[in-house]
Ligand binder design. Sequence first.
Ligand SMILES: [Zn+2]
Length: 139
Amino acid sequence: MIFRRIRAIFLIIILILIFFNIFQRFSFLKGDFISSKKVIVIDPGHGGKDSGTISVNNHYEKDINLEIAKKLYEKLMSMDYKVILTRETDEFVDNNYRADMANEKKARIFVSIHGNAIENNNSINGIQVLYYPNRKSTN
Ligand SMILES: [Zn+2]
């Protein structure tokens, strides 16, 4: 079961990296996005007392989320993006604080990484993308 979730998470990361590679290929977007140093906030879901879901092998979602977030952070930093993590260790971070941090830093993109599961239902797997479509531009 954990491998399905990890596979789904990797697919999400791949989609994010493809998204950024597309940005890099179009110089007009690159100039607009990178040179102005727009902030990307990466949010490793859960942490500390909030473990998130627990796999059949006793892996905590919070640990998997943090590992993936750190890899994504390194990749984006190597591509010269300005990146901020909402947590860097196994600590509890209030969801309101995460949102406040993204707003204070004027984040252009907020990516919250999770390895969600539906209790007692192993037949469902895949990618879940949640987004807020009506946000005004923060130029
Ligand atoms: Zn989660």
